[in-house]
Design a protein around this ligand. Structure first.
Ligand SMILES: NC(=O)c1ccc[n+]([C@@H]2O[C@H](COP(=O)([O-])OP(=O)(O)OC[C@H]3O[C@@H](n4cnc5c(N)ncnc54)[C@H](OP(=O)(O)O)[C@@H]3O)[C@@H](O)[C@H]2O)c1
Length: 253
């Protein structure tokens, strides 16, 4: 439902992990512009504070907390702070992730493997488990898992990142099935190549100006957070196709 002023998320509370930069920051900003009360987390305090101030300065309702999604105590602290601030959570965007090494599995460092899996997959599990404590009793919610093309079709030298995103697709399907009668929808979104720090790290020789900025891929994230997507669950969606065609699509990097 859209309010009279065209805002699609009035009344919603959204928690976005990795909301301090890149795609997560664009989601936080778009959600705030659409009237949601927004809570973000990231490890780096400076970027987090800068983003909160920027979005607040533009009139958005936003707060944030520093923390690492891959640590159980931080996940509990982050969700606890969001609930304390806004009373509940209606939308969880599992966006935070690490790229890790771009080397073949044969040479992949074990420490890097463990760190990427801890953040990209265990972090999603930890945040989601905490948020379900409020979503299940209220029988309402949308969980949006930010995936990747290499999580849907693996590619050489994408190592733990690709495997963690394939795990995220499995997590999305399991959870969507478990929650299908609870009023909680769970979907994954592949942003595809987008102009961010992570993309530049993955492709240092690429011209970033050739890529869309995160703001361009926001329509699918707004749709999945809004009541327009009630009943849509277990889907693997493509942000780029959505920019062109809207809700008729379903299933890069
Ligand atoms: N950009 C692309 O082309 C592209 C393509 C496909 C998929 N994706 C996916 O899109 C999502 C966003 O990517 P992006 O390109 O915007 O990445 P980014 O620019 O590197 O931003 C990542 C965000 O996650 C946070 N973060 C990282 N580790 C964290 C942790 N352990 N706990 C909490 N926050 C953490 C970062 O802040 P701190 O470092 O301060 O913690 C930052 O706010 C990711 O899931 C990525 O895999 C991106």
């Amino acid at each position: 439902m859209t309010s009279e002023d065209g805002k699609k998320l009035t009344g919603k509370v959204a928690l976005i992990t990795g909301g301090s930069r890149g795609i997560g920051k664009a989601i936080a900003s778009a959600y705030a512009r659409h009237g949601a009360r927004v809570f973000i987390c990231a490890r780096g305090e400076n970027d987090l504070a800068r983003t909160v101030n920027e979005i607040r300065g533009a009139g958005g309702q936003i707060a944030g907390l520093e923390g690492d999604v891959g640590k159980a105590e931080d996940a509990q602290r982050i969700v606890g702070a969001a609930v304390e601030r806004y009373g509940t959570v209606h939308v969880l965007v599992n966006n935070a992730s690490l790229l890790g090494s771009r080397v073949a599995i044969a040479d992949y460092p074990i420490s890097d493997w463990e760190e990427v899996m801890r953040v990209n997959l265990t972090g999603v599990f930890l945040l989601t488990q905490q948020v379900l404590q409020v979503m299940i009793p209220q029988r309402q919610g949308s969980i949006i898992n930010v995936s990747s093309g290499v999580g849907r079709t693996g590619k050489a030298r994408w190592g733990a990142y690709a495997c963690s995103k394939a795990g995220l697709e499995g997590f999305t399907q399991v959870l969507a099935d478990e929650l299908k009668d609870c009023g909680i929808r769970v979907n994954s979104v592949n942003p595809a190549a987008t102009r961010t720090g992570m993309r530049a790290q993955a492709y240092p020789d690429e011209d970033p100006l050739a890529l869309p900025v995160p703001e361009e891929i926001m329509p699918i994230f707004i749709y999945l957070a809004s009541d327009e997507s009630v009943g849509v669950t277990g889907k693997a969606l493509e942000a780029r196709e959505w920019m062109k065609r809207g809700p008729s699509t379903s299933s890069g990097w």
